[in-house]
Design a protein around this ligand. Sequence first.
Ligand SMILES: Cc1ncc(COP(=O)(O)O)c(C=O)c1O
Length: 373
Amino acid sequence: MTETPPQRPWERHLRPSLRGLTTYDVPQVVALARLHANECPEPWPEAVMEDLAAAIAEIDLGRYPDSSPRRLRARLAALHRCPPERVVLGNGSDEIIALLLTVLSGDNERPSTILLPSPTFVMYGHSAHALGLRTLEVPLRPDLELDPAAMRSALREHSPALCFLARPNNPTSSLWDGAIILDLMAEFPATVFVIDEAYIAYAPGESLWDEERPANYVHMGTLSKVGLAAIRLGYCVADPTLAAALDQVRPPYNIPEPTAVLADRILERHSDVQATMIRQTLTNRERLVRILADLPNAHVFPAHANIVLARLDPPAVAPRLRAALAARGILIKDVSKITGLAGCVRVSVGTSAELDLLEEAIIELRGQLWPAA
Ligand SMILES: Cc1ncc(COP(=O)(O)O)c(C=O)c1O
């Protein structure tokens, strides 16, 4: 019999919404191929690394960083052709998500509702639930596109404070119709639409960002998916009033100086190298699609991010493939338990060497996982 530990007196102050909430923790596993975390693993050339080291060497470690990194915000503002006051920086876009939910959470009597297409990036729901906010999930269509009628009726009926739309989406890699999103935004001005373009580098020419968008449009971005996951830099461009509210709750000094310095140096001097890394990832994506499409009766969904989603047949093979690859040091994500994704695995685009390992392992595993094929 397991005993429930006695409750210490202070525990009654714990936020009730934390009960039952899982902890987002990704175990650090030594792996030969990390195809589970949606990173851009292309290596930065040595010359770039040396330049970054020189930039880091100039940091005065005993001093606080700029509380509102003005230089980096000005650079991002120039890239987005908007005033710097509209740019808010976060410790990854995870922090921006939490800040948006905090400022738009409503009051205690009427907590806000958050609208999410489903499935989508887990942190939107996780952070909303941590704050005790209700989420409303609208299933995607079977082809993993947005369902405009269902979205419209949820917006009409519940008037949510926020609607998060990842474009391209994770874990589906789908790129939802921009015209539908812009129509919804115009029809429902009382809802703030966060267009999360974390993966937009892998859908060239598809960004919805335009500084003339209405006040309920928030553009969210991150450097995590373009070769800089280690530095944790996310940002949003919001209406000035919303940006000011985000700054009211943002912890001061949330961007460490090394992060600000490295991000600024890369955007200033090395964006051409970054573009080459992205182009290589796009080429590797085509190869990954071919590898997965070659599995017996697999269905590979159109891929617009640096991830590929495949539905395997029979569906029970998805967790088995993940486990068999993990045993060989190759990490992929089994998403088959997510509603709507039965039988699916999500595989991030790796380097050519990582894809070599994946391809070899899959050839070896074929007979074991698909004995009849
Ligand atoms: C759609 C989407 N948005 C945001 C993030 C979080 O990015 P960051 O590393 O900037 O916190 C992820 C991470 O996987 C994601 O998939």
